[in-house]
Design a protein around this ligand. Structure first.
Ligand code: NAP
Ligand code: MG
Length: 417
């Protein structure tokens, strides 16, 4: 299909996402319990934006001519679609994750097989209908539901699949690496995190406290880049941690269809038990609870926003990705110490720094092992900014030109005289 036609189709998909925004919000609420308003205000426009962004890239794919040291030869490179892309996504932002994968794959000219998480197939199913409605020919975008260990594993191992783009746990990411060995399909992996928020003594404290709480309690902590470890300078530790705990206690936890809800439930009973297991384990090993500390006594999978202090750095609650509303807090005295603490993780997805000291900000930005560094800023995701992990947080970068490259391969062509 011509690049301009692909671009037009991607733009049309974005329009259809917006046009069907209310319905997609309803489906996402049924999918994973998050509030319709939050989906309508955040996830739906963000999904449309990703399609519009990559609509632009469809007409901006080019190779290069190469100066080579051989007489009378003309050499150039072509960028070609990588082939059939298997797209395996999680349940935390089902619509958005589908958009993150489908948009660059289609911009590059790949055909795709999308596998949503078994907990949350609804918005992906509707999105694929919208893709057809936009005019993408049948067969280009395919969707398969089913369990990861069955449908996902079959996709990851299939010889007819040329690439897998995966978002999910580091554990399953490693299984996909093994499954991909059969035909050496290309991989991009967006995996877990245990991202630090670092607050220096000169920071704008009220902004930093709000952001620290927002970063871990948004989406009930079910965010790969959630700021799940908080490091605060010793001189302001008690004050900052106490107010983050106050904020945690004030968050209104409830169902996505209760209008006052600020934080929704966890995705499933299994996940609730997993999150609770980490927290109870941490408490048993000596962590002190400043807020929350357990599940909420009502039907459904609700967990109290939790703030822990005094955990030993080697405890599971500090080292492992909990993927729930659980913050562990520690103090530090200087930049080297906090960099070492922040980097003592197998993960490296994101890190936040709060300071007014430009030199300290630059110094830390370079020392921290993470794919994204936020300085005095929350959020920070944008389709034009590469996003991905250092260390065991993944392979490759989604978004930006890097994100398009994940779905392209380079061919070198040499022509003699
Ligand atoms: P997961 O197991 O990694 O699932 C992610 C996706 O991979 C789902 O579509 C899943 O299918 C599929 N999958 C599972 N096993 C597979 C296999 N052997 N081969 C191919 N695909 C497979 O994540 P989860 O079970 O939903 O959550 C577990 C933990 O993962 C969380 O607690 C959290 O720590 C982490 N997580 C991280 C992210 C992130 O954005 N980085 C997102 C979600 C979860 P089914 O679920 O349908 O079986
Ligand atoms: Mg799962």
């Amino acid at each position: 299909m011509l690049p301009s036609v692909r671009g037009k189709l991607l733009w049309r998909i974005a329009d259809l996402i917006e046009k069907n925004g209310a319905q997609l919000a309803e489906l996402e609420f049924l999918n994973n319990g998050k509030a319709r308003d939050i989906v309508a205000q955040r996830d739906v426009p963000a999904a449309a934006d990703v399609f519009r962004y990559f609509a632009g890239w469809a007409t901006k794919i080019y190779g290069r001519t190469a100066a080579i040291s051989r007489p009378h030869l003309h050499a150039y490179t072509l960028k070609e679609p990588i082939g059939v892309a298997g797209l395996i996504i999680p349940w935390n932002f089902p619509l958005l994750m589908a958009a993150w994968k489908l948009a660059p794959a289609l911009a590059a000219g790949c055909s795709c097989v999308l596998k949503p998480a078994e907990e949350t197939p609804l918005t992906a199913l509707r999105l694929v209908e919208l893709v057809l409605e936009a005019g993408v020919p049948p067969g280009v975008v395919n969707l398969v539901t089913g369990y990861g260990h069955v449908a996902g594993a079959a996709l990851a191992a299939h010889d007819g699949v040329d690439k897998i783009a995966f978002t999910g746990s580091t554990e399953v990411g490693k299984l996909i690496v093994l499954a991909a060995a059969g035909n050496l399909k290309k991989l991009s992996l967006e995996l877990g995190g245990k991202s630090p928020t670092i607050i220096l003594p000169d920071a704008d404290k009220s902004a930093a406290k709000m952001a620290a709480a927002g970063s871990i309690f948004f989406n009930a902590g079910q965010v790969c880049a959630a700021g799940s470890r908080l490091f605060v300078h010793k001189s302001i530790f008690d004050e900052v941690v106490e107010s983050v705990a106050q904020r945690a206690k004030a968050i209104r936890v409830g169902s996505g269809d209760e209008p006052e809800t600020e934080m929704g439930p966890l995705i499933s009973k299994k996940h609730l038990e997993r999150v609770d297991g980490y927290v109870q384990g941490g408490i048993k090993q000596g962590a002190e609870v400043l807020a929350g500390g357990g599940r909420i006594d009502r039907d459904g999978y609700f967990f109290n926003p939790t703030v822990l202090v005094g955990a030993d750095p080697n405890m599971e609650v500090v080292q492992e990705e909990i993927f729930g509303p659980v913050l562990v807090c520690d103090s530090f005295e200087d930049l080297d110490e906090v960099a070492a603490k922040a980097n003592s993780s197998i993960y490296g997805l994101s890190a936040s720094i709060w300071t007014r000291d430009l030199k300290a900000a630059h110094t830390l930005a370079r020392k921290l092992q993470a794919g994204s560094i936020l300085i005095n800023a929350g959020g920070g995701l944008d389709p034009n900014l590469p996003f991905g992990g250092y260390k065991q947080s993944g392979w490759g970068r989604e978004f930006g030109e890097d994100g398009l490259e994940l779905y392209l391969q380079t061919k070198s062509v040499v022509i003699g005289g």
